[in-house]
Design a protein around this ligand. Structure first.
Ligand SMILES: NC(=O)c1ccc[n+]([C@@H]2O[C@H](COP(=O)([O-])OP(=O)(O)OC[C@H]3O[C@@H](n4cnc5c(N)ncnc54)[C@H](OP(=O)(O)O)[C@@H]3O)[C@@H](O)[C@H]2O)c1
Length: 285
């Protein structure tokens, strides 16, 4: 089935990743199997301009949804070249080629572009400044800037994703103890909910920078406490501070994102609670 807003299929790059898979499924459900072409890294390497160009020449595309990314936050400190290529050069290549074909892009970024020092929810107007060191955040910031050079593109910042292909929770049942951070703030985010919002943004012909967020926030400790209560796990949760783990990349302490702009765009009053979303997800396990 074709829909009014789609003149041709949507191309999803990085379609084998956690979010990519769920987006392909969401597009199929909303607009039919013919509405989407999913390409994984072997089908299209986004850092190769000629391959990207060839891909656009070979098929008609209405939207490009880029889920390809280098997402290993700590390894990015040492694999800098690869992180830069996938998170900054790739989006620039996609943006240049797509704009020459008049195709808008939806690209994903992260709360890790922020320093984490603002205690209030972060808005799209807040100036990003990744924590140091956090090369992943630096490369994601370059990538979102490259994509936003074209006014028809969308960047959606997301955080703490979970979904079918990466559920972060059921391993708890086999553990007697677990050590979540109690000083990193944000919210766990279901890829299914992000996918629905992406469909809505496409239908609304939205443009620009948006934050995906529920209405409420938590620390990782709160999240795992909630999971233990919901699932009846007896794991003992021992709170840790981010600094205690001495990780290669620094995490932003406060990463709560405001959803006000997204709500206005979608004409909604609420995005609901992370708890309601997570409860529903846990029932699917
Ligand atoms: N996961 C989170 O909690 C989180 C939080 C904030 C923001 N985000 C952002 O959300 C988006 C989706 O993240 P995700 O968790 O779904 O990532 P993911 O599961 O790590 O998937 C990323 C995909 O990108 C592909 N890829 C890597 N290099 C590529 C290249 N050169 N060309 C084409 N594809 C390439 C990978 O394919 P191969 O496996 O074949 O290499 C992988 O399938 C990313 O932009 C990420 O930065 C994620």
């Amino acid at each position: 089935m074709t829909v009014k807003c789609l003149s041709a299929p949507i191309l999803v790059t990085g379609s084998r990743g956690m979010l990519g898979r769920e987006l392909v499924e969401a597009f199929c459900t909303r607009w039919g199997a013919k509405s989407v072409i999913g390409l994984d890294s072997s089908g299209l390497d986004i850092t190769q301009p000629l391959k990207v160009l060839e891909c656009f020449k070979n098929q008609s595309i209405s939207f490009l949804v880029n889920c390809a990314a280098y997402t290993d936050v700590d390894k990015a400190e040492t694999e800098r070249e690869r992180a830069l290529a996938v998170n900054a050069v790739g989006p620039k290549v996609l943006s240049n080629v797509a704009s020459s074909f008049g195709v808008p892009i939806i690209h994903f970024s992260t709360d890790y572009v922020f320093s984490g020092s603002k205690v209030e929810p972060l808005t799209e107007e807040d100036i990003p400044s990744p924590p140091k060191p956090n090369y992943y955040g630096e490369t994601k910031l370059l990538g979102e800037r490259a994509v936003l050079e074209q006014s028809s593109n969308i960047v959606l910042r997301v955080q703490w994703l979970y979904g079918k292909s990466k559920e972060r929770f059921s391993h708890l049942k086999d553990r007697s103890e677990f050590y979540p951070f109690d000083d990193q703030w944000g919210a766990p985010t279901w890829c299914r909910d992000v996918s629905q919002v992406v469909c809505d943004l496409i239908e609304k012909k939205a443009k620009g920078l948006f934050h995906f967020a529920y209405d409420d926030f938590a620390t990782w400790y709160d999240v795992y406490q909630f999971v233990c209560n919901e699932m009846g796990y007896s794991t003992q949760l021992i709170p840790k501070k981010i600094a205690e783990l001495n990780l290669p990349a620094k995490r932003p302490r406060y990463g709560m994102m405001s959803n006000k702009k997204l709500l206005r765009e979608l004409g909604r009053e609420s995005m609901g609670s992370w708890k309601i979303a997570l409860r529903e997800f846990l029932r699917t396990l």
